[in-house]
Design a protein around this ligand. Sequence first.
Ligand code: ADP
Length: 566
Amino acid sequence: MFGADKKKAEAGVESIKRGLILGQMQGWQLTVDKILDHAHQNHGHQEIVTRTVEGPIVRSTYSDLYWRARQFSNALLADGVQPGDRIATLAWNTTRHMECWYGTMGIGAVLHTLNPRLFPEQIAWIINHAEDTHICYDITFQPIIEAIKDKVPTVKRWIVLTDKAHRPPSPIADLRNYEDYIGEQSKDVVWGNFPEDTACGLCYTSGTTGDPKGVLYSHRSNVLHTLITMQVDALGCSARDGIMPVVPMFHANAWGISLSAPAVGGKLVLPGAKMDGESIYEMLDGEKVSFTAAVPTVWLMLLHYLESTGKKLPYLKKVVIGGSAVPERILRAFEENYDVEVIHAWGMTEMSPLGSLGAMTTPVLAQDHESIVKYKLKQGRAPFGVEMKITDDDGKELPRDGRSAGHLLVRGPAVAKAYFKGAGGEILDKDGFFDTGDVANLDELGYMQITDRAKDVIKSGGEWISSIDIENFAVGHPAVACAAAIGLPHPKWDERPLLIIELKPGQTATREDVLGYLNGKIAKWWMPDDVVFTDKIPLGATGKINKLVLRATFKDHKLPTIQAAG
Ligand code: ADP
């Protein structure tokens, strides 16, 4: 504990001894069912628009969601579901998926989102680890279900999120279709009535290092995270917004939007399974979406569609982009060509997930346009409710000078203190901070900039080269679709960067073109020792570059500088 905190704690103990008096306010437990109660009572007629997995776009309201979620609760209770049981979903962003969330959480069971982009064996591993009893899945995932159904003995009930007419043929004898499953149930159920620390949601990290680990959210952490996201400089949505989470509910809780949209009472637009540029545009334009959020790859597809059709974005005001660093060209395209404000966000499953957001401050806005762009490309500032610090390898805190890069540690009411079933052991430092595994700097204005994942950092001559910086500059080259920098062993420097490039379809570029383009943009000693081209840079289950695969693919690549150094 830091000196000041320790003193405060000691003073606290002292005041209890002296007869500390407790506040006299209500012990209103922070449970997520209250969010939907609120939406039903105060925004009951507000619209929810879903592109269904079956195809058509359907309309409902927060009150419809509220009543149907209660029917789902009763269906679970009729199945013998107990508080604490894990109910899994393998599903896109739709109203039915929202109903599963609230219906499960309301009765004290735990909603477990499964990521369908993982391999079936990984999904089965996670289900077994979580000991899920129910799996609710979209028809598009029937092949995954076929592949895992005999490998997950804890699952007692399979529910396909559709109606009788669309129920796919399946060898699962007692497979229920969702509409019939809830249709026969009453809408009368008691939600909440348990302590706010009760577990509420479960989401596994993607397991790029070792086995996936479960993050077990509580009702309290989810409600507090919702309040954090509602700050104007965080997601800052309102009842006047059309809110479309394109980021899937299985990817770190749709960044909290499935809880914060009903909390503010905005119109909710759910894009279902279709993420291509045209489908996303159809929802943005047709439903007058003013706020949306997703990873950069989704926005690349949308921008490509807009550029090829000449269409504009008259209703969209704000787009939150995170999950990986925002490339400069996406930022500039939205802000300069379409007049849409970009908020660069950073976070992780362990943080519920929001950690920082790039809303501007007065001193930044007083600067020229190009300087503002530099701030917008940083990962943003911590909202109230997130504490950050940067430390060196020995855990010593580094200055907030915008230059000193170190391990990024975080603390807050919506940050994990342990993984499910104790996986990974103790994960907090002595002051209660969680090491994010990211390497970053913090500046005087509170802006944080990620320079790397600790495991991806390229260590050259005792110094760190930021693979993210090299990649960000490389994708600025007009022919480059995607770029990845990895460190390869080097006898003199320890490691040197190899730059791997995926070109845009029909474009050409040489090693020399790319190096020439980077020249002058990054420090000389950061310049890649070699550039190679590949047809497709592999992406992981949440759309991030899979460096594990790249390191394996290029492990025998011989850097031309090795001979020169020898
Ligand atoms: P997964 O590995 O399952 O995708 P998360 O979605 O929780 O897990 O990923 C969190 C990690 O993603 C962060 O620790 C960070 O490395 C990376 N990340 C998230 N947002 C950004 C961003 N804006 N810029 C750079 N990296 C980011």
